[in-house]
Write a new protein. Sequence first.
Length: 217
Amino acid sequence: MKVKKLILGFYNVNCYVVTLEKKPNSCFIIDPGADFKSIAAYIDQENLHPEFILNTHGHFDHLAAAPEMIEKYKIPFYLHKDEESIALNPEKNMSSLLGSNALSFKTYNLIDDDVLNLLEEHDIYIYEMPGHTPGSIIIKMQSFLFTGDLLFRGGVGRTDLPGGSSKNLASSLRKLKKFNPELVVSPGHGATSTLENEFSKNYYLSDDFLEGGINWF
């Protein structure tokens, strides 16, 4: 398994190209941000064959290149069902504000039991973590935890955008504290970390915050 982080677009989104252990020349893409050419260049340079796109949530900065990826590679684009209303609405996915063109998806696949079974065959596990958006997910694969905009190094995702909920975010962070602290945190923005580091240094994962500070949002 190889994980390549590409930092893309004006908002420096972390896009991840991850090889599949059972199919070493194949890969999948997590959060293809607003730079299709950079993603395609890396894939072609490494002679990889993309199998699918998996998005942690539906904001424009994390999926702007998805339509071009779908068109070029003829691959499915997987999204949580509760994120459908975000991805399909240019105002909610922020493309009407952040992008030069409003983005609304016509081709996508909702994550259902069949998709989950397919992913688990590749040791990919999906966890629902609403808060930043209604259908935010995190993705665990071996020692890596791709946290999208739920958790950053030293911070967490904002909840003041369409569909955000500070109550749901706090609930998701509580669930996160049950995960293996040795997992490598690969966030949607910023530097890599570990859960152990975040448990000890990230205020938003402290008991003080989760037991009362949430009311300060």
